[in-house]
Design a protein around this ligand. Sequence first.
Ligand SMILES: [Zn+2]
Length: 99
Amino acid sequence: MTVPAVVVVVPVEGPAVAYWTLADRAELDCLVGELTRLAFEHRSRCSVCSQRERLCDGMRAAIEVVTDWRNSRSRLSRAAYLRAEQAVRDELALLGIAA
Ligand SMILES: [Zn+2]
């Protein structure tokens, strides 16, 4: 029987773009740190996760929460960044200065 390989990637750094702020990175670092700590604790008690390259549904759900948060935070930060950029362009236009 072949055991399915499980690969979970949760980028700690976040996107390398201007709108991904230091605060975003710090929040993601906290979440990934807690997830990692809890995953190690959980693994020793879980009959599924204690097997090599396997994750139980609960562990998958926990990882999904963090990755969903990261994606939502990225979208929110991008929107805020673009809104601020638009506000500057609008202000410059009111002053007759081309952006
Ligand atoms: Zn488990």
